[in-house]
Design a protein around this ligand. Structure first.
Ligand code: GLN
Length: 481
């Protein structure tokens, strides 16, 4: 049993026909984790006993001929910045190394409600700050396609787990690309939903106005299935949208002939790797062959996106991370002299370099005298970026672009230069700023056999259209498992 060759829907069908038991599958997942995760390092922790217990219960129900939920017995992995009661939630940070939350994130609860079995928590950049998973406070996750390369980040463990076959679906979170970049680098599918589509309850906050949970899987269909399950209003999250959740899976095959696809000229500029460009252009041809219309469009404020994002995200982070003071959560360092010293020592030892850098940047941007020049200005530019998209969606239904300007880079290549790491997010920053949904789908590999991701974006709450357009692409391009 190798999960790399099967999808969730096929697995459930095998259960239904009694060709396989959930216990066999979960046992083999842990065998695979033992074998491959020594090299890939996708997981921070696992929950073998509990997962096997859930599998046995599932098998009893299967044997009794009970109707099965859509994700019955499907092994899933959860990024370690989402809470699960009685399991550590570290956020990839030493400051939360021993933090065991008393509640479970709504998205995880809903996956479980649909029959999924959580097999473990996955590695990520500390507090989801990063693009490569190298900022984890514990260890670096490696790209299953090439162990010298990064898996992307910050949800690198989730994407690497799916790509190496140690889970079928994994949850990630995306604030500025953290679902889509790892999906692209690891050759799998990842969708960042509309802001508000999925409850953030139990997602440890990085930048609350940008953060969104979404699924990563090998196929669009599995992402659609998982998204359908985790979406919808939740009274525990006041920013979750009270909007009906369409039947994403049922509508995947809706015809896409005549769909207007915008190609933003600002995304095809210097810095875009030549092989990535070639594959994305080949992707455009596939859409033309499918009867879609391509139109060049402009998103003129794209050039301000990185600066805007790194002001807003750091400002929100500096405020959100103030709670890790050694009193209520996780690590507390001893101090002899004063409470101040305890705070200082705890934060000094608990946080890594990148997190400290962001807290400093954000505190600066919010401080009296600088607030108007930096934070307020960034909020105004954010509105301009949103308007770019609103105008574009008057002309087109979908926007197509690369997910990342390059393929997975080498481990260590960008760690010495934070700015070059920030710049690698150029294509995945604007969508969270505008709150729109976006998906990354595989569109081939480069000459070194490294995966390339094609990104599609849609207007708010148009995930149904987005998934359908992506699904037709993977079928037509032969990018299906
Ligand atoms: N790479 C971006 C950052 O470092 C985005 C991270 C994310 O989406 N969580 O902030």
């Amino acid at each position: 049993m190798n999960l790399r060759n099967i999808t969730a829907d096929k697995l459930v069908a095998l259960y239904q026909n009694r060709d396989l038991t959930a216990s066999e599958v979960i046992t083999s997942v842990y065998d695979d984790i033992e074998r491959t995760d020594k090299e890939v390092h996708a997981f921070l922790s696992n929950c073998r006993e509990r997962a096997l217990e859930e599998a046995r219960r599932m098998d009893t129900r299967i044997a009794a001929g009970e109707p099965l939920e859509p994700l019955a017995g499907v092994p899933v992995a959860i990024k370690d910045n989402m809470t699960i009661r009685d399991m550590t939630t570290t956020c990839g940070s030493r400051i939360l190394e021993n933090y065991v939350p008393p509640y479970t994130a709504t998205a995880v609860e809903r996956l479980r409600g649909a029959g999924a079995i959580v097999v473990g928590k996955t590695n990520c950049d500390e507090f989801a700050m990063g693009s490569s998973t190298e900022n984890s406070g514990f260890f670096v996750t490696r790209n299953p396609h090439n162990l010298d390369r990064v898996p992307g980040g910050s949800s690198g463990g989730s994407a690497a787990s799916v790509a190496s076959g140690t889970s079928l679906i994994a949850l990630g979170s995306d604030t500025g690309g953290s679902i889509r970049t790892p999906a692209a680098f690891c050759g799998v599918v990842g969708i960042k939903p509309t802001y508000g589509r999925v409850s953030r309850y139990g997602l440890v906050a990085f930048a609350s106005s940008l953060d969104q949970i979404g699924p990563i899987a090998k196929s669009v269909r599995e992402c659609a299935q998982a998204l359908e399950v985790i979406s919808g209003f939740d009274h525990f999250d006041s920013t979750s949208a009270d909007t009906a959740v369409p039947e994403f899976v049922k509508n995947l095959d809706q015809p896409i002939k005549g769909i207007r696809i915008g190609i933003p000229k600002e995304y095809f500029v210097a810095g875009l790797d030549a092989e990535v460009r070639t594959k994305i252009e080949a992707g455009m041809r596939i859409y033309e062959d499918l009867g879609c219309e391509l139109h060049e469009i402009s998103l003129p404020h794209t050039e301000y996106a990185i600066a805007t994002y790194y002001l807003i995200a750091t400002a929100e982070a500096s405020s959100n991370l103030a709670r890790y003071d050694g009193v209520r959560y996780g690590l507390r360092e001893a101090a002899d002299s004063s409470l101040q010293e305890m705070y200082r020592r705890t934060r000094h030892h608990g946080f890594g370099q990148e997190v400290k850098r962001r807290i400093l940047l954000g505190t600066y941007a919010l401080s009296a005298g600088y607030y108007d020049a930096y934070y307020l200005k960034a909020l105004k530019v954010r509105t301009l970026i949103l308007r770019d998209f609103q105008k574009a969606f008057e002309q087109v239904d979908i926007i197509l672009a690369p997910t990342s300007p390059t393929v997975a880079f080498k481990i260590g290549e960008k760690t010495g230069d934070p700015l070059s790491m920030y710049l690698s997010d150029i294509f995945t920053i604007t969508q969270p700023l505008a709150g729109i949904p976006a998906i990354s789908v595989p569109c081939g590999k480069n000459s070194e056999n490294l995966p390339i991701g094609l990104q599609l974006m849609a207007n708010h709450f148009q995930e149904g259209l987005l998934l359908g357009v992506a699904h037709h692409f993977e079928k037509a391009g032969g990018f299906v498992v």
